[in-house]
Design a protein around this ligand. Sequence first.
Ligand code: ATP
Length: 473
Amino acid sequence: MSEQAETTRAATMDKIVALSKRRGFVYPGSDIYGGLANTWDFGPLGVELRNNIKQLWWRNFVQKRRDMVGLDAGILMHPRVWEASGHVVNFNDPLVDCKTCKARFRADHLLEDKLGIENAEAMSPDEMSAIIREKNLACPNCGNRTLTDARQFNMMFSTTIGPVSESANKVYLRPETAQGIFVQYKNLINTQRVKLPFGVGQIGKAFRNEITPGNFIFRVLEFEQMEIEYFVKPDEAPEKFDEWVQAMQQWIDLIGLKPEHVRVREHAKEELSHYSARTIDYEYLFPGSMGWKELYGLANRTDFDLRQHQEHSGEDLRFFDQAANERYLPYVIEPTFGVDRTFLTVMVDAYDEEETVDVNGKADKRTVLRLAPRLAPYKAAILPLAKKPELTKVAWELFETIQDETGALVDYDETANIGKRYRRQDEIGTPFCVTVDFDTLEDGAVTIRDRDTMDQQRVPMSEVSAMLAERIR
Ligand code: ATP
């Protein structure tokens, strides 16, 4: 009565989008109104996966480290924050419009995708426009050669405070969480017992008026970031940067991404942001035409942000180094992680299809999400073999005991035959299925089926919680 399998990398973005909707991970935003481009809502399973990612990150980078504290700053901030940070002037994407069909594109993405130019992002709009004209580039949407020159477009969303929309009341939705940390830096060093080096971690929403369509949740208008600003003595910045390269790699291992799908890319000098002395990206190999794309970033922001806020606010933001008896502005190492990109990446990386033999020995195919158990929405599913009161009673009791003893989210399913229920749990990544059968009533034991190997093991009910706790950490 056991299943067997063969496997290959089977993920495509279409399959991930379909599974996400079918199983309640991610729904298109405003779906009954025909959707709103690049917006998505997270369903019952999606919200569990998101929370597991965020909790693991917080535990790993904030709570477990003695050199870190947490913060939760607001989305709306004083508009001068974004003047000081450089976002009002610099947070732009180069845009081209098609005069015929009115479609809009990122000029740098057009040059990269249509002409194979690498790092077009580093070019000025004039340079991009010259190439578009010289190559007489066609609109990817309608095919007419009627693209405009590239021009800069600020990506910050703005709104107004108060009932009247006057420009004096204009505020921005934050395009990154980082600035909240810099603006609270003075309160943090004055109220917390922090010594350099120390970091501040934050998880929160950020908003960007992105033009290029999203590849599902890869690039969205509203997303969540998990960011750290790590303050260091300026001369220690290169060494601390290297330590964060390692710490980020450990995180990638923790969420279970396959090493062959992840690489580090060093930014070239001309590609560096205006604040950065060094940047690397962790890139992930997405399926199909997407290929290698940024998953996370790590930057040495120097003292750019604190210096700018010191100048614009008039507050002294220097750190008093008691040991050296001097005041200076620390440098900042910034590891930044997107919640949504982590979500997408773990889904893509975990997705698998297998030719199998089902419980009756017939050829079968299963879709299985091999999520790291620590991230899986449900850690186990309790399945009574038949919908008979004597079995369902024991199954419900076991369900409650396991939830109480492990604190883990557990599913319960008594509908359809056992093979179908296994497939359902495989598709949502539940690492263990616990079956209560008629023997259970005699011997007090249940069968635990492993999602990945499909191996089955008979375990006394009293030992199930301990066994699960051990395997879902
Ligand atoms: P990209 O080049 O892909 O636009 P970026 O370099 O502008 O990204 P950062 O400003 O470094 O990105 O943002 C930090 C992290 O936030 C990224 O590594 C990514 O994980 C996430 N992120 C950025 N923009 C988006 C978005 N529009 N949708 C979802 N996640 C995003």
